[in-house]
Design a protein around this ligand. Sequence first.
Ligand SMILES: [Zn+2]
Ligand SMILES: [Zn+2]
Length: 203
Amino acid sequence: MSDEKKILEEAFKFHGHICWASAAGTRAGLAALRTLGVKRAGASGDLHCILEIGENHGAQCFADGVQYSTGCTLGKWNIEKTGWGKLAFTLIDKKNQKAVRVSYRPGPHHKKVAESSFMRKRGQGIPPTEIPEEEAWEMVDIIWETPENEILTIGDVHPYEWEEFGEILGLVPCDQCGELVSKVYLRVVGKSHMCIPCSGYER
Ligand SMILES: [Zn+2]
Ligand SMILES: [Zn+2]
């Protein structure tokens, strides 16, 4: 098995199930790393990702494939989303101040995915756990084996000015509930400093 296919298997473990959109995200993430000539973001955090997905729409699984393959994750705060509802992202190499945008392309492969036995069964309301794994892989292989230039649009590497904001350190207990909260999220209520839910403020 190729290294990239192993990464795909690991991405599915991270994501929780086998699906076409997380496979597309994984493929797009790997293509972005290769195009920028960088490695997956580890502890150093030299990468930042701007994802164009929105809220609560189909194929958001794309985001987990991008997170797993690029190493840009919500917990590391090196990924953010625009809320545009698109299967695309810009990966930024902060150190070298350059970036590339990658998007998932429509085409015959997408129709094949929609017509796969896995997706037809899903359409009939069969839960993914009751569909044989081979059928899920048949669908994923469509995404994985379509030539890259048919399935992805990889933009030109362009300059990207990156401004680094320092990490805000310091957690203090809320005067009301006693739970730890980042200093910048404390709200002043009378003489007390409280977390947002205790303060009654909306944000
Ligand atoms: Zn999924
Ligand atoms: Zn509180």
